[in-house]
Design a protein around this ligand. Sequence first.
Ligand SMILES: Nc1ncnc2c1ncn2[C@@H]1O[C@H](COP(=O)(O)OP(=O)(O)OP(=O)(O)O)[C@@H](O)[C@H]1O
Ligand SMILES: [Mg+2]
Length: 262
Amino acid sequence: MSGRVIELRDIKKSYGNVYALGGVDLWVDEGEVLGLIGDNGAGKSTLIKILAGAVRPTSGEILVRGQPVSGWNAARSREAGIETVFQDRALAVQQSIVRNIFMGNEIANRFGFLDTAREFSEANRLMREIGFTSKVFTPHSIVGQLSGGERQGVAIARSLYKKADLIVLDEPTTALSLTETNKVFHFVRQVRDSGRSILFIGHNIHHVFDIADRFVVLDRGKVALAKKRDELQSAEELIGFMEHVARPDARAKADLGKGGWR
Ligand SMILES: Nc1ncnc2c1ncn2[C@@H]1O[C@H](COP(=O)(O)OP(=O)(O)OP(=O)(O)O)[C@@H](O)[C@H]1O
Ligand SMILES: [Mg+2]
């Protein structure tokens, strides 16, 4: 039995003659937070759209729990327990927390009517499970009244309701203050501690460093670095590397010197 929830092997994706991904190997282990970092245009969104089955790779292999899967698509992705919280397709802000969690997955009673009592208690349970401890808000609270971090919590709770084993968060803290970022981190840790996995995407290392157990740096469609958290001294080490890959002249020198970096 493989501890890998999902594995991508040598995934390539071209748009016309532009390679968005030029052969990427990436996997997510059970119960880990993987931080995927890279500059604008590195291929992060393309990669997670492939994971979600929304975009077909040009070539490459996808394995679910160690088994190769053919005909990968959105339904297969869902069956594999992958739920993605996309950057700007998140929540209906005029609606309540409970409506947002069950949107498109309403719980019906045996007469086919909305079972609001069960949805309410289930929403309560999910909010508790992710560590949403606000005394002010109930599942009936309107999402528009929540802070940015709490909104991410609602999106995470919705993914859990859909039985996610792996939740993919696309830049969940980019627009958030430190306090709000810490709320999101708290939710993410709760989810991880329950044995599920998180793929956390960001282009600011400081937004990712404190939460991830492992890091993959994408650079122009390729994996430029893969490191476990405990192999790194500090966020600065990662930042130094990112600046380094962004400078073609420095990179050329390092390539010549073989291992010049590190
Ligand atoms: N539908 C598309 N058609 C053509 N090119 C595309 C398409 N989607 C992405 N690309 C190109 O693929 C490359 C990777 O884009 P992608 O959106 O995956 O990057 P990203 O790492 O998510 O960037 P950002 O941090 O800005 O979100 C870019 O050069 C982009 O222009
Ligand atoms: Mg993107």
